[in-house]
Design a protein around this ligand. Structure first.
Ligand SMILES: [Zn+2]
Length: 86
């Protein structure tokens, strides 16, 4: 959980879990956005750095919502959660 003034995460473990959740969610978002299998999307995620992934997903009109830990699509200011689960 986010905690502490000026600190994004309360511990290294927390940071690692957040990173894993972000990448797992990225694979789901990619498979949905590009119509590829989840297995293939996971390969793409594994091969790409987080910065590259961020660029790809942003290019697809997706933004990461840290509260729900989902990549979501922005439409007319409203955020719609596209993913049912990680
Ligand atoms: Zn924490």
């Amino acid at each position: 959980m986010p905690a502490g003034k000026g600190r994004k995460y309360c511990s290294a473990t927390c940071r690692t879990l957040a990173w894993k959740a972000r990448r797992a969610s990225a694979a789901v978002a990619l498979s949905q956005a590009l119509g590829m299998s989840l297995e293939k999307a996971r390969d793409v995620v594994d091969a790409a750095g987080m910065k590259e992934l961020q660029r790809i997903l942003t290019g697809l009109g997706l933004v990461y919502n840290t509260a729900s830990r989902r990549w979501v699509v922005l439409v007319d200011q409203d955020v719609f959660v596209r993913q049912e689960s990680i």
